[in-house]
Write a protein that binds this ligand. Structure first.
Ligand code: DX5
Ligand code: ZN
Length: 208
C-alpha cells in the first residue's frame, strides 16, 4: 500500500517485447505507464512515436503518462492524444506558447503536464502553475535511462509543493530520472506524488 503513484518507464524495457513489459508493469503494481518520446533533436536520442503508442494502448488499461522530449511539441501533440495519452507532458524549454498548448490538451479532454530540465528554475513555470495538472521535475538531463539523480533538483519538488499549498493549486508533482531503491526515499520526502522509474524498475532494483 504505497502512498505514491508508480509510473514505470518503458524506455528501459526490451523494445522487442513491449507488450510483455506492460504485463510486467501490471504484475509489479505499476499505476501508470510512463512513455518517453524522444525526437533526436530536443534530446540526443530517438525512441518511439504515435504508432507504437497506439499499438501499446490496446494491451493495457493503465493510464499512459506520455513525456514529450521533443522540439515544437505543439506541432505533433494531437497525434499523441489520438494514440491514447492520458497525461501529455511537454517541456517548457521547447514551447514558448505554453498557455495555448495547455488549453488545447485540455480541450481534447486530457491532462496537461509541464516538465523542466535540471538547469531550468521553478520560476520559469510561475505563470503556468494555476493551469497544469502535473509538473514533471527532471532529476537527470533527459535523453537516456540509467543516469544518476542530481540531488539538488529535489529542491524544486519542495518548492513546487510549497507553492501548491500556499496558493491552493491542483497540480501533482512527478520526479523523473535516477530513482532507485537508494534514492526513492529522498524523492518521496521532497514531496513527490508520482515516481517515474526506468532502469531500476526493469532490472529489479526497485522496492515494489
Ligand atoms: C530520461 C527519461 C526518463 C527515464 C528514466 O530522459 O525521461 O523517464 O526513462 O530512467 P531511469 O529511471 O533509468 O533514470
Ligand atoms: Zn520521462
Amino acid at each position: 500500500n504505497k502512498e505514491y503513484i508508480l509510473a514505470p518507464s518503458v524506455l528501459s524495457a526490451d523494445f522487442s517485447a513491449l507488450g510483455d513489459a506492460l504485463q510486467f508493469i501490471e504484475q509489479k503494481g505499476g499505476d501508470w505507464v510512463h512513455i518517453d518520446v524522444m525526437d533526436g533533436h530536443f534530446v540526443p536520442n530517438l525512441t518511439f512515436g504515435p504508432p507504437v503508442i497506439a499499438a501499446l494502448r490496446k494491451r493495457t488499461s493503465l493510464p499512459f503518462d506520455v513525456h514529450l522530449m521533443t522540439s515544437n511539441p505543439a506541432e505533433h501533440f494531437d497525434s499523441y492524444i489520438e494514440a491514447g495519452a492520458d497525461y501529455l507532458t511537454f517541456h517548457i524549454e521547447a514551447e514558448i506558447h505554453a498557455h495555448r498548448l495547455i488549453s488545447r490538451i485540455h480541450e481534447a479532454g486530457r491532462k496537461a503536464g509541464i516538465s523542466l530540465v535540471p538547469s531550468t528554475p521553478v520560476s520559469s513555470l510561475k505563470e503556468l502553475l494555476p493551469l497544469v495538472d502535473l509538473i514533471l521535475v527532471m532529476t537527470v538531463d533527459p535523453g537516456f535511462g540509467g543516469q544518476s539523480l542530481i540531488p539538488s533538483c529535489l529542491e524544486k519538488v519542495r518548492e513546487l509543493k510549497k507553492l501548491k499549498q500556499e496558493n491552493d493549486f491542483s497540480y501533482i508533482v512527478s520526479v523523473d530520472g535516477g530513482v532507485n531503491s537508494r534514492t526513492l526515499d529522498s524523492a518521496l520526502s521532497a514531496g513527490s506524488d508520482v515516481i517515474v522509474t526506468g532502469s531500476a524498475f526493469f532490472s529489479g532494483n526497485f522496492p515494489v
